[in-house]
Design a protein around this ligand. Structure first.
Ligand code: SAH
Ligand code: SF4
Length: 394
C-alpha cells in the first residue's frame, strides 16, 4: 500500500481478504438464511442466526466470525469454514492536505475502484463518494472515468464494501446512533449507477437497513448522467435523493459533451426530473453543472438554465462544479469571476446555486478525476456489457 506524505497517515487495517464466492456481505436476509441452511443450521434457528450475523456484520462491523460472541463456538467455526466477511485489498490510501481521503481497492479478479471520503470543513461529518462500476460505458468528454472502458459492473458486495472500508479506516464501528463522521453517501464515484440498477439498489438497501448501517435515504444521493428510463424506478424502488449531471442547457452542447444526450435528450430528461417520485420543495433534485470555459458558462447559459428549470416546474437546486482537469483533458475551468457571476444570476432567479469547492485535487480525488488502471483486455466483453446496458433501457 502506498501513502502520500500528506496529513495524517491512514490507519492500516489488518483484515481477512474478500472472497467473492464465499462472502456473506452484499446478500439480503433471505440469501443469508439460505446459506445458513446450506451448512446445516436447523430451520428453527435460521431467522435468529440471520439476525445475529446481520447485526455483527453491519452494526458491529466485525471482520471475522470469531468476534460474533453471542453465536455458539461450533456455529462460528462452521461459518468460518464456509464463508468470509473480509474486506478487499487496499492498494492505495491517500490523504489530501484538505483532509479528503481516497482509497483504491482491488477485488480478487484484479479489478480496481476508487472511493473518496470528503470531510466537511469542521471535519465532524463527511460524505463518502461511492463507485458503481469499474470504469464507465459512457464517454462524457470532461470526465476522466469516461476514458476508461467499462470493465464490469460492481456487485452489491463490492459497493457495500466501499462503505465498510471507509468505516474501518475512520474507526466508526459499531454504527453510532448519532454524531457520525461518515454521515452521507453519494453515488458519484466511477460509473453510471443506473446502468447497474439492481446491484446498486441491493447495496443501498443494505446501507439503509435499520438493523445495520442504518443510513437514512435522505442522506443518500444517486447521481445519473440521465438514464431516463431508470429514473422513475430509482425514486420508487430505492427512494434516495436524485442528482442529475446536466452540464448544458441546449441539446447541441449537451450532445457534444455528453453523448448519452443523443439517446435521451434534454426534454425527456427534464420531464423525468419533473416526475421524479418524491421530488418536492423540501426534497429538491440537484442539478450538477460543470463550469467549462467558453463552452457552457455564458450569461445566456445561466438565463436558459433558469428558464428551463422554471418551464418544467422542477424543485431544483444547482451545484456549480468548476471543471477539474486531469492528465490529457481538453477543457479549461471557467474563471472564478465567471463562475461567481453565473451563480449570482441563478441565485437571483430564486434557485440555490452554490459553487462546489474542489476537494482532494492533490490526490486526484475531485469530481471527474477518478480512474483506475483496470482496462478491459477482452473487447468482446465490453461490447456485450455496453449492449446489455443499452438494451436494458430501450
Ligand atoms: N455517472 C454519474 C455518476 C458520476 S458523478 C454521473 O455522471 O452523474 C460524478 C460527477 O462529476 C458528475 O456530475 C460528473 O459530470 C462530474 N464530473 C465529471 N468529470 C468532471 C470533471 N473533470 N470536473 C468536474 N466534475 C466532473
Ligand atoms: Fe460516466 Fe458519469 Fe463520467 Fe459521464 S460523468 S463518463 S456518466 S462517470
Amino acid at each position: 500500500m502506498r501513502t502520500l506524505p500528506l496529513g495524517t497517515e491512514p490507519t492500516v487495517v489488518a483484515r481477512p481478504m474478500l472472497d467473492v464466492e464465499k462472502t456473506l456481505v452484499g446478500l439480503d436476509r433471505a440469501e443469508i438464511g439460505d446459506r445458513l441452511r446450506d451448512i446445516g443450521i436447523p430451520e428453527k434457528q435460521i431467522k435468529m442466526r440471520t439476525t445475529q450475523v446481520w447485526h455483527w456484520i453491519y452494526h458491529q462491523g466485525v471482520k471475522s466470525f470469531d468476534e460474533m460472541l453471542n453465536v455458539s463456538k461450533d456455529i462460528r467455526q462452521k461459518l468460518a469454514d464456509n464463508f468470509t466477511i473480509g474486506r478487499p485489498e487496499i492498494i492505495e490510501a491517500l490523504v489530501s492536505k484538505d483532509g479528503t481521503r481516497k482509497w483504491l481497492m482491488k477485488f480478487p479478479d484484479g479489478n480496481e475502484v476508487e472511493t473518496v471520503f470528503i470531510p466537511d470543513e469542521q471535519r465532524d461529518r463527511g460524505t463518502l463518494c461511492v463507485s458503481s462500476q469499474v470504469g464507465c460505458t459512457l464517454t462524457c468528454k470532461f470526465c476522466h472515468t469516461g476514458t476508461q472502458r467499462l470493465v464490469r459492473n460492481l456487485t452489491p458486495a463490492e459497493i457495500v464494501m466501499q462503505f465498510m472500508v471507509a468505516r474501518d479506516h475512520l474507526g466508526e464501528w459499531p454504527t453510532p446512533s448519532e454524531g457520525r463522521v461518515l454521515s452521507s453517501v453519494v453515488m458519484m464515484g466511477m460509473g453510471e449507477p443506473l446502468y447497474n440498477f439492481d446491484n446498486v439498489k441491493k447495496a443501498l438497501k443494505i446501507i439503509m437497513d435499520e438493523q445495520g448501517i442504518s443510513l437514512s435515504r435522505r442522506r443518500i444521493t444517486l447521481s445519473t448522467s440521465g438514464v431516463v428510463p431508470e429514473m422513475k424506478r430509482c425514486g420508487e424502488e430505492i427512494g434516495v435523493n436524485l442528482a442529475v449531471s446536466l452540464h448544458a442547457v441546449n441539446n447541441d452542447v449537451r450532445n457534444e459533451i455528453m453523448p448519452i444526450n443523443k439517446k435521451y435528450p434534454l426534454e425527456e430528461l427534464l420531464a423525468a426530473c419533473r416526475d421524479y417520485p418524491g421530488a418536492k420543495m423540501s426534497r429538491k433534485i440537484t442539478f450538477e453543472y460543470i463550469m467549462l470555459k467558453d463552452i457552457n458558462d455564458r450569461d445566456e447559459d445561466a438565463r436558459n438554465l433558469v428558464k428551463l428549470l422554471n418551464k418544467y416546474g422542477i424543485y431544483a437546486k444547482v451545484n456549480l462544479i468548476p471543471f477539474n482537469p486531469w492528465p490529457g483533458s481538453d477543457y479549461q475551468r471557467s474563471d472564478d469571476d465567471r463562475v461567481r457571476k453565473f451563480s449570482e444570476y441563478v441565485f437571483d432567479a430564486g434557485i440555490s446555486a452554490p459553487i462546489r469547492t474542489p476537494r482532494g485535487e492533490d490526490i486526484l480525488a475531485a469530481c471527474g478525476q477518478l480512474k483506475s488502471e483496470s482496462e478491459k483486455q477482452r473487447k468482446s466483453e465490453i461490447l456485450r456489457l455496453e449492449k446489455e446496458a443499452m438494451a436494458a433501457t430501450d
